[in-house]
Design a protein around this ligand. Structure first.
Ligand code: FES
Ligand code: FES
Length: 158
């Protein structure tokens, strides 16, 4: 049965009609048109769908919509400040760290959360924070290095 859910997405109050058994990922993509969060495994293991829920990374494929009601959701679309990319987005671009890009939106969200908490993480800290994210292209090490460089450039001061 459909019902109306209210939540805050990327700083905006949103209302959306969805089936009561929907996942947050489904609602973000199909209800709100935010296609940056990707569907990978669908069981909370690959990290492709990670968003921030009240500031903490969470696999949105594994979050029932009802449990997101009234909470703050940040998707990859909410990382940039207008036309200015988040420093970790810019670093991944500058370093050409990604290949196909499928895993990257979830990784960027987790990396932004890490940098907000720890502005200058070392490589092992970044690798541990991104451990849950699978990258089928094998670009993980380059992405980790880009996140470290984003921290060195002051991404955490944002
Ligand atoms: S699609 Fe959500 S963790 Fe894999
Ligand atoms: S860049 Fe292709 S899955 Fe990670």
């Amino acid at each position: 049965m459909k019902q109306t859910f209210e939540l805050t997405v990327n700083g905006e109050r949103r209302q959306v009609d969805a089936e009561d058994q929907s996942t947050l990922l489904h609602v973000l993509r199909e209800g709100l048109g935010l296609k940056g969060s990707r569907f990978g495994c669908g069981v909370g293991q690959c990290g492709a769908c990670v968003v921030l829920l009240d500031g903490r990374p969470a696999p949105s494929c594994d979050v029932p919509m009802w449990s997101a009601v009234g909470r703050d959701v940040t998707t990859v679309e909410g990382l940039a400040d207008g036309d200015v990319l988040h420093p970790v987005q810019q670093a991944v671009l500058d370093e050409q760290a990604a290949q196909c890009g499928y895993c990257v939106s979830g990784i960027l969200v987790s990396a932004a959360a890490l940098l907000a908490e720890n502005p200058h993480p070392d490589e092992s800290t970044v690798a541990a924070a991104l451990d849950r994210h699978l990258c089928r292209c094998g670009a993980q090490r380059r992405i980790v290095r880009a996140v470290v460089r984003a921290g060195a450039r002051g991404a955490g001061r944002r």
